[in-house]
Design a protein around this ligand. Structure first.
Ligand SMILES: [Cu+2]
Length: 145
């Protein structure tokens, strides 16, 4: 793959550890709730609204993800490097859906919640890794301060 991941010792595609923090505890209070919608546009783009979220390190955040489009979309929260690796795997095996603690695939008119705790500062990414969607604009940035 030739992709260098700086600062982590985790080179594998492991779902047991997460570079962007850790699954939150839904029983604990959240610092805030961020609603993210996923949709297509009339000019053949696909996007997340908003596409930039800023949180503080240590905060537990609840994402409410809604697919208001007409096709399936997904929300995968990870580092850009991990999303890029994952996207290649999805292109080889496009039917594989996600139901991971850091991601969810949604049919149109569905929504889901992800509670996530951001444990370290950095810039992370949420992306739709269904083939073609990322290239059409389905990515967003999470800045952890
Ligand atoms: Cu999508």
């Amino acid at each position: 793959m030739g992709m260098a991941v700086a600062g982590t010792g985790d080179a594998g595609h492991s779902h047991s550890s997460f570079a962007a923090g850790e699954p939150g505890n839904p029983k604990r209070p959240v610092a805030r709730t961020v609603e993210v919608t996923m949709r297509e546009t009339d000019d053949a783009k696909m996007l997340f609204v908003p596409d930039r979220v800023t949180v503080k390190s240590g905060e537990q955040v609840k994402f409410i993800i809604r697919n208001v489009g007409e096709v399936e979309h997904e929300f995968m929260l990870d580092t850009m490097a991990n999303n890029a690796k994952h996207k290649v795997q999805m292109e080889k095996n496009s039917d594989k859906g996600h139901d991971d603690p850091n991601g969810r695939r949604l049919s149109p008119d569905n929504s889901a919640e992800i509670v996530w705790r951001f444990t370290k500062p950095g810039t992370f990414e949420f992306a739709c890794l269904i083939p073609g969607h990322y290239e059409s604009g389905m990515k967003g940035v999470i800045v952890v301060e």
